[in-house]
Write a protein that binds this ligand. Sequence first.
Ligand code: LER
Ligand code: MN
Length: 274
Amino acid sequence: MKLSIVYSTHQTQFQAATLSGSLEENLSRIAELGYHGVELAIRDPNLVDINNLDTILKKSGLKVPAIGTGQAWGEEGLSFTDPDHSIRKKAVDRILSHIPVAHHFDSVIIIGLIRGTLKPNVSHPQAIEWLVEALQTCCKKAQEFQVRLALEPINRYETSLVNNVTQGLELIAAVEAENFGLLLDTFHMNIEEPDIEESILKCGQRLFHFHVADSNRWYPGAGHLNFQSILSALSAAKYRGFISGEFLPFPNVDEAASKNIEYFTSILPTINVQ
Ligand code: LER
Ligand code: MN
């Protein structure tokens, strides 16, 4: 089991884990805690010195399993389903600009809130049509670089577009691209899925990335989700990717990040590996 943790290269409104200090100090701290990877939330690749990032990552020994892109929505309002064509185009261009970076670090590109949410006077079929069109453009380009895209079903309180695995699989059928799959997040699944383990199995080989937080969005072990059973389902689904911690920085970032590692290490012997 490979563990990673979400880390943002810039300050943002939604801060899953904000370590204070320089990028170099933070990545070396993440590696010291025992993580194998760091999931980088990058609003705009043009704002990041990729060579410097590469040097620091090599020093830390951390892999980058996935790149989060949702800040382009949170901070700039870019979305695949905005009624304004120029905003949809900017959103697509932004994802296209992540592709060479994702290729370099061998990362999955996450399509989270950049898909947008249903805006007034836009019908659901229209929004899905725009979404499919944008995803097809991005997947086609990504395929040239052997890069995969993973859309994250997100709970109803954050978006009205694609809240669960069933809707995610419908989207996969419409996009028709081998390099398009899903990122499942236990926090959202706990709200939206009828059965978390069944939904993981339904997703099967289209599960490209996995986020963990407990029911209260604290680190795993701080709430009431059954991670033994969830990890067994991941194993049965033959998921070989990272288990990426995306939880609130409570009681503080350092404690949350180390409790996550301690918790998974402690339950590992109890997991029914298929
Ligand atoms: C991002 O991975 C996520 O889970 C969202 O809830 C962020 O708003
Ligand atoms: Mn998530």
